[in-house]
Design a binder for this molecule. Structure first.
Ligand code: C5J
Length: 236
């Protein structure tokens, strides 16, 4: 057990790093790069770039200190059998889910656009949860993976703040996880939704969880010993 305290709103939170996972939500080319799902919906995808470097630092710190790391990807089967018609029909016909785009078929598993951006590529052994919905618990084995690992706390980043991050945090909160959202590791196509989304999480005494930052998480983890493999690889 390694207890660390993360500075957060509405109040600092003490966690056991052995029971904590870092979750990075949907940092996929389809959301962050031109020609994907995000742009097909009329969004300025460059607004999400701000979250990349904080996420990279969060991942590096989590790996260095031996925290479990989980990635998610939103996407559908090639035959669209897991894509509700109500979701598909909301896009423009030429650019809807499953339509051909410059990064392959939009929001389809196995296509280039569905990949996590290279800067945040999963490391070997890190679970990648493929989810058909906005929440990472819906129709996935995420809850089983977390329970089997003894996870109680989630440090969350990713995109977009008010859609997949919020939905996942709400699902996690109802399942009993403490959610600490690293605000600068999240981003939205709508800066005002990002700000309000974060405020909604921490309001009312932390009704959905805690809001912190990558630097506060890094500072807290620096109180913890580094994982054994990391130390063994170090030069004296
Ligand atoms: C959206 C997501 N915004 N990952 N997905 O459709 O937030």
């Amino acid at each position: 057990m390694t207890l660390v305290t993360i500075d957060a709103t509405p109040r600092p939170i003490r966690i056991d790093t052995a029971r904590t996972a870092v979750m990075v939500i949907d940092m996929q080319r389809d959301f962050l790069e031109p020609g994907g799902f995000g742009e097909s919906l009329g969004n300025d995808v460059s607004l999400l770039a701000a979250a990349v470097e904080p996420c990279r630092q969060l991942l590096a710190a989590a790996r260095k200190h031996g925290l479990m790391v989980i990635h998610t990807r939103e996407g559908h089967r090639a035959d669209l059998s897991d894509a509700p018609r109500a979701k598909v029909e909301r896009g423009l016909p030429a650019q809807c889910i499953g339509a051909a785009g410059p990064m392959g078929r939009i929001l389809i598993r196995g296509e280039a656009g569905h990949d996590i951006i290279p800067a945040l590529s999963p490391a070997a052994g890190e679970p990648v949860i493929d989810k058909p919905g906005k929440g990472a618990f819906y129709a996935t084995d995420l809850h089983a993976i977390l329970r089997n690992h003894g996870t109680e706390n989630l440090i969350v980043g990713g995109v977009t703040t008010e859609v997949c991050v919020h939905t996942t945090v709400r699902e996690a909160n109802d399942r009993g996880y403490r959610c600490i959202v690293a605000g600068d590791c999240c981003a939205s196509y709508f800066p005002e939704f990002h700000e309000t989304g974060l405020r909604m999480i921490a309001a009312q005494g932390g009704i959905l969880g805690w809001v912190s930052s990558s630097q506060s998480v890094l500072a807290a983890l620096s109180q913890a010993p580094r994982n054994v493999q990391d130390q063994q690889g170090e030069q004296p």
